[in-house]
Unconditional design. Sequence first.
Lengths: 400, 320, 292
Amino acid sequence: MRCGRFVVALIIVVSATCALLPRRAPAQTVVKIGLISSYSGFVAQAADQAQKGIDLYLKEHEKDLPQGVKVELVRRDDTSNPEVGKRLAQELITREHVQLLTGVILSPVAAAIAPLTAEAKVPLLISIAAGGSAIPRISPYVARVSFTLWQQGYPIGKWASEQGWKKAYTAVSDFIPGHDSEEAFTKGFRDGGGQIVGAVRMPPANPDFAPFVQRIRDAKPDVVFVWVPSVQATALVKAVRDLGLREADIQITSAQDLLPEEQLPAMGDTPLGLITSGNYSTVGERPGNANFLAAWKREYADGAIPNFLSVNAWDGMVAIFDLIKATKGKFTGDEAMAFFKNWKNPDSPRGPIMIDPETRDIVQNVYIRRLEQQNGKLANIEIATIPMVKDPWKEFNPPK
Amino acid sequence: MTPSRAVEAFARRHRYSPLEALPWMAAVGAYFAFPDYLALGAQILATILFALSADLVLGYAGIVTLGHAAFFGTGAYTAGILAAHGWGEPITGLFAGAIAAALLGVLSGLVVLRTAGLALLMQTLVVATMVAEAANKASFITGGDDGLQGMEVWPIFGRLHFDMFGRTGYFYCLIVVFLCWLAARQIVHSPFGRSLTGIRENLRRMHAIGAPVARRRLIIYTISAALAGISGALIAQTTQFVSLSFLSLERSGTVLIMLIIGGVGRLYGVFIGVPLYMIAQDRFSAVAPVYWYFWIGLLMVLVVVFARGGILGLFDRFRR
Amino acid sequence: MHLSDTASAIISIGFHGLAFAMVLYLISVGLSVTMGLMGFVNLAHGVFAMAGGYVLTTLMSRWGLPFLPALLAAAVAVSLASLPIERLLYRRLYGGEELDQVLLTMGLVFMSVAAATYVWGPLQQPLQPPPWLSGEVDFGVRSFPAYRSFLILCGAALVTALWLGIERTRFGARVRASVDNLRMAQSVGIDTSRLFMTTFALGSGLAGLGGGLGADLLAISPSYALQNLAYFLIVVAVGGLGSIRGPFVAALLIGIADTGFKYLLPEFGAFFIYALTLGVLLWRPRGLFGRA
């Protein structure tokens, strides 16, 4: 009898406890995304710019996710070493079970990770790196949303030849991104009927550009195309000023890496009139940009300035969120790639962009900009638009 | 001490002690305890070999070098280029890497080892920088800044594939590093090795007793280069990728730091210094990537101020 | 007088090389003296140069100080800040193992990278030269950028001042004596401990000055000390430890020849200073004017 009462009491206590326990929340879908960037090393500056774009998008649009879906961004630093990047990607896939990888600043890191994506069937959406036009060909699970060096080098070459400038000289950094930019401009300029009168390749670790700018002067071209990684932009612009290239009537062209918006305040008046090609300028007039800039100002009131890296990384997040929204956060690698191949964003801060289903690389407007004063500040004013440019290198080099 | 006692003590020093099996047992245990970290583990093992090779020249022969990455990278690129051009057999790839690095070691050693002190340091730095520049220039072979593409490493003995989870890679590295360590240990405890300690501690006396100093230094430099080449080839084969960062000054400097933290000239300092550094870096870069530099810098300063002689030096002091 | 294009180009190259050489010299001379005097491998020397650059740009942009006072303030600030580092850290390792010195100073370099990133962010710090130093100066034959001309003048003035200081003052004599033979100097009654401290502060202050002045050429960013380490070490090794003249000649050689070769053979321009270093050190392992 006592036994029985004890059992009854136990049952009452247990059921009461169960009733009072908090109800387990409905199962949440957490989409884990691996973000690999070079936070330490010589491109830390670029990583910082891109990260701001990513963080801003997350902050602004987290609320747009479907009910019960959360995004977890797992950040890793590849320390500018491709084999570290590859190992991190491996660990993100096998240990953290990420559903996709994104980010990546250095194209050698992207090249190292690409074969993994095929083995694991985990997509890589390159949202920052611009080198290596052939990288999407390494694996069917790679897509790119940023831009390629050929995409900005070729159009300005062609455009320059159409301005009546007959002779061009190129001066680029002596490593693969420099070579790619040089080849792209050269082909564009020649395709437009121009003549390349000389070329110089400058050592990558180089503090003083004076000797090379002097060579440019010596060659007396109508126009010169220069390309250096954005961390050396200020130094090159200073050399241009010191050696009086402008006074020698040489038109200077480059790509947007030369005049990133956050370095403009440091350059003084020197770069006025410089013409660059690029996919984003802070003064581009379109609603997507106005919204982006407004959000940026709200978040980064301390005067941080966005540039093309911030916008490319932002757009990468747009694509990923679009994927999540369309699939409610549940997708396989193949489904993700099928989605990305047909992805479009007509409203990006850079204008309309889309991913080419055949090459899985980005298709976007390329703007020719001239640096001018606007409202008391220097800005890259868009003077011409070449619409919906596909990566020219892939066009000229179809897969065998 | 009676003569027989002295001989006994001497013999004891060079016999294998059970303590020496510890790191290897730990390495095998790690395979089972940390199945998700095998890729990191393989890289740690290969880096241990790299640091070991540096210890041979630095700790035993007293040659301070800031250019050891040149040998590491040469081994890596040799194995990598072979694998990218149709010969993916891993073990012969290792040998090829060792030979190429040894060749570079002999040639550069002939030039560099004539000097000492700061001049020697600078020479090694300069040679390594020139090798890195040459690799960048030869981008049609090395892939330049983009890195070496298309490496296909064949399965070991035709059966064991290098997979994404790093299982094969881990054991491959473990066995190779173990064998190389055995070799290094033999060298260090041989008469040749002991003469190196003599060269390091008292150069004049060694000259006076007629020891072929220059030749010995060159030999150890070459052996060290070969081992560094093997470690580079290991990383190339297990990650199936090689890039210019393998030849960088940063890599030379980092291996030096790991070695000094663990304890130089003791052959076992590397088992402590390398995992400590690499695991700390891995953890930090996951949490606070930008501030990794601060904490490792602080660790380095603290080691110098409080733990002179590295972590093994600390152990020594406790034992006494 | 109208110069031919080639002559004009050569002069221009020579000029820019000279300016670059001055910056290298200003930063490296302190390193040469302290390495020769204290036998201390100070890989963190670049940190003092970087600090000078950061202080200068911050004083000018944040507090609106004019250029020259800010420059002097930067040099003094760095000099003073170096004293506690010398007392607390470096002093322990005089006469010690080279490797320990390498580890300590590399650790300081790493910490400086993180500290600079934390305080100033990863971007390069812009230096806006004052209006009276912007633009060009006409030397009759041709005009040169004013700022670079100023750099060359400063460099020349400082070399002279240093030389006079080392050769003509008692302090300089003590330094020379200690570099030549430390033990003798001590037994003659020279307070070497004080001497080390003063020389170190002086060397660091000069580095700060060089870093600030040269901010136009060697951009001030958190990784400054790492990026330019090789340049400073090469100047010191080629010039010789413990000398004032040595780094000057080496800096001239490196600065002008580097610029010149990059102009004449740009494809291989980078190799040149390394080949030069290799050659000089083989011929004279102690450097061109090495004494220690």
